[in-house]
Design a protein around this ligand. Structure first.
Ligand code: PEP
Length: 254
């Protein structure tokens, strides 16, 4: 049975003031300390990355960005390059979050380009995917997973796959309080891992962490995290309070 280290990442979205971001990052760093049993990352808004990075320095907490540009440099007003993120102290970048896919209109092709650019430049990528409520109601979730995995991962090398983390985030569960049941999460994760196995082989399928995201809280984390194909959690709302985020990290450690 392959052992994948559990991974818990906090996506702060467009929340926190500078002072709040520093305090939250410091509290998470204090709570995690040097304990590296679980990989822990916080993903603050772009302008707070450097300050949050300083606050977690010396702890086992890694820094991630919520998005990344699809090109390496140049005339792309408003974009933030992978090199800038690395300079700011980031190890990770979230790519393809459902809010970027569905609110900001990011396509599978754009997401594939971002995944490539970020990995080529040395970042690790947390690739988000998942079905909408309408897609689930029409029984289309597996087709959606297949399309999203296939499109986002096209052309990656084995070395790049080693820096890819997938986050299954059913859109109907994000920020709604409607969490997937542990069985629903396990079924989706098993399907995605099966697709990875078919497309890219056993080594990649067994090594790639697949996180669950969507209304994870301190109360429901353990049930989700104990599923065999659920390797961690991408946490939105509950990552904005150190106590609830650290309780999820603790559930992942147990
Ligand atoms: C997210 O946005 O990645 C997320 C999972 O949000 P929430 O935990 O608030 O549902």
């Amino acid at each position: 049975m392959p052992t994948r280290k559990k991974f818990v990442a906090g996506n702060w979205k467009m929340n926190t003031t500078l002072a709040e971001a520093k305090a939250l990052a410091a509290a998470v760093a204090k709570g995690v300390g040097a304990d590296a049993r679980v990989t822990v990352a916080v993903c603050p808004p772009f302008p707070w990355l450097t300050a949050a990075g300083e606050a977690v320095r010396g702890s086992a907490v890694a820094l991630g960005a919520q998005d990344v540009a699809f090109e390496k440099k140049g005339a792309f007003t408003g974009e933030v390059s992978p090199a800038m993120l690395l300079d700011a102290g980031c190890t990770y970048a979230i790519v393809g979050h459902s809010e970027r896919r569905h609110v900001l209109g990011e396509s599978d092709a754009a997401i594939n380009q971002k995944v490539h650019t970020a990995l080529e430049e040395g970042l690790h990528v947390i690739l988000c995917m998942g079905e909408t409520l309408a897609e689930r109601e029409r029984g289309l979730q597996e087709r959606v997973f297949q399309r999203q995995v296939f499109a986002a991962c096209a052309g990656l090398t084995d070395e790049q796959f080693a820096r890819l983390v997938i986050a299954y985030e059913p859109v109907w569960a994000i920020g709604t309080g409607k969490v997937a049941t542990p069985e629903q999460a396990q079924e989706a994760h098993r399907f995605v891992r099966g697709k990875l196995r078919l497309l890219y082989g056993d080594k990649i399928a067994d090594a790639t962490p697949i996180l669950y995201g969507g209304s994870v809280t301190a109360d429901n984390a353990a049930g989700l995290l104990h599923q065999p194909d659920v390797d961690g959690a991408l946490v939105g709302g509950a990552s904005l309070k150190a106590d609830s985020f650290l309780a999820i990290v603790k559930a992942a450690q147990g």
